[in-house]
Write a protein that binds this ligand. Structure first.
Ligand code: FAD
Length: 368
């Protein structure tokens, strides 16, 4: 059987491995398992297929397909692992509280309503009748009915549990890849626990992927975008629908009157520490949207490192017949993981249609 190594046990590496559970490979997933040095455990869990896009790009189409897959993924993970990833779909309200963002969300609404007749622009009077807790100064808002959400941390845990139970898969946690060597027929992956040979190698190491690729003289740089996040609890429910401000601050209602408030975006910052001024920004902006959040109890705060490429478009597909990459999903990796898992697994097995779908994201790189 061919040996396939996946570097990275985030949602990308795990979703690919899960889709290969019946494929004739001996699969090893390697992850250093360092808290906060990842994105998947830290994410808000929004499935913002419409919230995140302003035009009908190939990525938008994948995002819409992936969002449609998530209810089934949630059911399968519940069945296979017993973990409920808390899928829910009460929609998302996009708002602008700053004048400079109003034109932008109006444009986005015009684009989205071409394909979605359920999308709804609110007259300010209706907005405050329907959502009495919203700041009365909110003047521009529309609702996307079908952008749901999951609990990203539980999702990543469930995917991990699912792949561990696969007969053809082994997870090497607490194992750091130090460097990679290319041979004529494959790769040697040097790790903190020793060297491993691969006939096929998949790099799904999030923001760290570019560094690993540079070992084998492939220039596909990836950058980190650090995010601070805060989870709070209120005494009684104040919101069911996700609120997303065009200024980047969002409030995602979780179970038991808990609200995930995200997220700052700091480019090229590898730090894993919460920053006091970032947490203050989250408080200020979230309470400006929803004044009732002032009376909250902090459950916890954390950070995560989003992976982004220089072109801000994910890299997905084969670099050569034995090397595959899946990274750069920036703010949408949770949303995109079901479809990326399917397409990458098929591409690894040579499926022409999947390779074709991934083609807009497959870089043509010169290798030395
Ligand atoms: C604050 C925040 C909020 C977000 N909110 C959302 C959201 O609401 N919706 C959404 O769709 N997306 C969201 N995202 C984005 C999403 O989380 C990411 O796009 C996605 O998790 C990327 O997954 P990944 O598997 O590529 O990377 P990661 O989750 O970073 O996984 C990469 C893995 O590679 C491992 N690794 C790296 N280098 C090495 C090495 N040398 N050796 C061994 N292991 C290594 C790391 O340990 C890590 O586990 C958010 C991200 C953040 C940070």
């Amino acid at each position: 059987m061919q040996k396939l190594i996946i570097i990275g046990g985030g949602v990308m590496g795990l979703s690919i491995a899960r889709q290969l559970s019946n494929a004739p490979y001996n699969i090893s997933i390697i992850d250093r398992t360092t808290p906060r040095m990842n994105a998947s455990y830290a994410a808000g869990g929004m499935l913002g297929a419409q919230n995140e896009f302003f035009e009908a790009t190939p990525l938008y189409r994948l995002a819409m397909q992936s969002r449609a897959l998530m209810p089934h993924v949630a059911q399968q993970l519940q069945r296979d692992t017993g973990i409920d990833i808390e899928f829910q779909c009460h929609g998302l309200i996009k708002i602008a509280t700053e004048v400079t963002h109003i034109e932008n969300i109006k444009k986005q609404f015009s684009f989205l309503k071409q394909d979605d007749h359920h999308i709804q622009w609110f007259h300010p009077k209706d907005l405050h009748r329907l959502f009495p807790h919203l700041n009365p100064k909110t003047t521009a808002a529309f609702k996307i009915q079908d952008d749901g959400q999951i609990h990203a941390n539980l999702y990543t845990q469930a995917l991990t549990k699912a792949v561990i139970s696969q007969k053809n898969t082994q997870l090497y946690s607490h194992t750091e890849v130090t460097h990679i060597e290319k041979h004529r027929d494959g790769y040697t992956v040097h790790t903190s626990q020793g060297a491993m040979m691969a006939d096929l190698l998949v790099i799904a190491a999030g923001a760290w992927s570019g560094k690993l690729l540079s070992d084998i003289h492939i220039s596909l740089p990836t950058r980190p975008v650090k995010g601070d996040v805060k989870l709070v609890e209120t005494q009684s429910p104040i919101l069911k629908t996700t609120l997303f401000n065009a200024n980047g601050c969002y409030i995602v209602p979780k179970r038991h009157n808990r609200y995930l408030i995200g997220a700052t975006s700091e480019w090229d910052n590898w730090s894993t520490d919460n920053d006091a001024s970032n947490l203050k920004w989250l408080d200020d902006k979230s309470q400006e949207m929803l004044p009732q959040l002032r009376n909250h109890r902090i459950i916890k705060t954390w950070t995560g490192i989003r992976p982004i490429t220089h072109q801000e478009v994910p890299i997905m597909g084969p670099i050569n017949p034995s090397l595959f990459v899946a990274t750069g999903h920036y703010r949408n990796g949770i949303l995109l993981s079901p479809i990326v898992g399917q397409l990458m697994a098929k591409a690894i097995q040579g499926d022409v249609q999947a390779l074709d779908t991934l083609q807009p994201f497959t870089p043509n790189v010169q290798q030395n």
